[in-house]
Ligand binder design. Structure first.
Ligand SMILES: [Zn+2]
Length: 80
C-alpha cells in the first residue's frame, strides 16, 4: 500500500438511538458512531409500524388537512 493516501480504516462501535450497539469498521474519525436507526429497530426488520417523524412533518400534515376538512365542512354548511 502506498503511504499517505489511504484513510484510517479502524474498528468502531455503532450506537443506535434505540440502545442497540454493534461493532463495525469505518474510516470515520473517532471510535464511536451514532445513528438514529439500525437493523434491530427499523420497521423493515422488526415488522412493526413505526413513524420516524423528523421535525414534526407528520403532525404538520395532519394539522393542515384537518384545517382543510373544516373549511370544506363550513362551506358546505353555508351553502345549505
Ligand atoms: Zn436501533
Amino acid at each position: 500500500m502506498k503511504d499517505g493516501i489511504h484513510p484510517d480504516y479502524h474498528p468502531v462501535t455503532v450506537h443506535c438511538a434505540c440502545g442497540h450497539t454493534f461493532k463495525t469498521r469505518s474510516t470515520i474519525k473517532g471510535e464511536f458512531l451514532r445513528v438514529e436507526i439500525c437493523s434491530s429497530c427499523h420497521p423493515f426488520f422488526t415488522g412493526k409500524q413505526k413513524l420516524v417523524d423528523t421535525a414534526g412533518r407528520v403532525e404538520r400534515f395532519t394539522r393542515k388537512y384537518a384545517q382543510a376538512a373544516e373549511k370544506v365542512a363550513s362551506e358546505k354548511a353555508a351553502k345549505k
